[in-house]
Design a protein around this ligand. Structure first.
Ligand SMILES: [Fe+2]
Length: 290
């Protein structure tokens, strides 16, 4: 039997800056990531790549990205890592600390690569002052041209916000916007997209979205307690990562949960969530007016 392509899916790492007290960090994310990367190192045969689908850091400052780099360096994996950005990330901090970039610091971080015959396309669905995801001007066009490349190869999409599964407006913050979800549906139609890897909602969830598997992981920060829905947004301790295997029959995702007592870390009502979202909207409007 030929060796199958395997990879690792990380998400929502929420790494913090060790020099700054962050009251909204809620868990020891550096420790969690170090533990999980040590597990990744034990996987045999060695995975061909790692994707980290956004919320790489909790606050998006340069010091947090430096800590993220330190953790990967210390893990000494010798495996390529493909990073996506999420709503907790800040492009400027990421570009400065991880790419050594000093110009063009607000552009979406979209990129692609081919590894062992798999065309991996990473989209930046983050936007300043937005909890949910969107495509900014030019991103849909970039994706269209990217999908036309390597026409004979299967494609794996990585984006922090999964496409929307429903049209419940009160839940649009959980996903890519409804309008851009429809754009995405039209763009990927007819292409061999083996899966979409996402995060953001902090629980393991697998969906069939127009025939494409959409996989969301708990990630390495905290777990959303879906048993508390729909009244309460409750975060409990818990983390996992996933191992992907690409077979001729399609994509397999195996979850590797970390042991956890599911201790409550943070909890608030969904009514309060609406207030938080409103605050973000006001900040966005203010920034746009400046
Ligand atoms: Fe997150």
């Amino acid at each position: 039997m030929t060796e199958l392509l395997t990879f690792v899916h990380l998400t929502d790492l929420h790494v913090g800056n060790p020099n700054i007290v962050d009251e909204r960090l809620y868990s020891e994310t550096s420790k969690t990531l170090a533990t999980i990367l040590a597990d990744v190192k034990r996987i045999s045969p060695k995975p061909r790549f790692i994707v980290a689908s956004g919320d790489l850091t909790n606050q998006g400052d340069e010091g947090s990205y430096e800590e993220l780099t330190r953790l990967f360096d210390e893990a000494d994996l010798d495996i390529p890592v493909l990073f996506a950005l999420g709503n907790h990330d800040k492009r400027e901090g990421f570009y400065r600390a991880m790419k050594g970039q000093t110009e063009n610091l607000t552009a979406p971080y979209d990129h692609s690569t081919v590894i062992d015959g798999l065309h991996i396309i990473v989209l930046d669905t983050s936007a300043p002052f937005k909890v949910g995801g969107i495509f900014e001007a030019g991103q849909a066009e970039w994706l269209e041209s990217e999908l036309a490349q390597h026409a004979d190869l299967p494609k794996l999409l990585v984006m922090h916000h999964a496409p929307a599964l429903d049209d419940d407006a009160s839940l649009e913050w959980e996903s890519l916007s409804f309008a851009d979800t429809e754009t995405l549906r039209q763009l990927v139609a007819g292409h061999n997209v083996v899966g979409i890897l996402s995060g953001h909602i902090h629980y393991d969830r697998v969906s069939n979205w127009h025939g494409i598997p959409v996989v969301v992981g708990v990630g390495q920060h905290a777990a959303t307690d879906i048993l508390a829905f729909p009244e309460t947004f409750r975060m409990v301790s818990g983390a996992s990562f996933a191992i992907g295997t690409l077979r001729p029959s399609g994509l397999t995702i195996s979850f590797v949960p970390q042991p956890s007592e599911r201790r409550e870390l943070h909890s608030f009502s969904f009514a309060h969530m609406a207030e938080i979202l409103k605050r973000y909207e006001d900040q966005a409007a203010l920034a746009a007016a400046e």
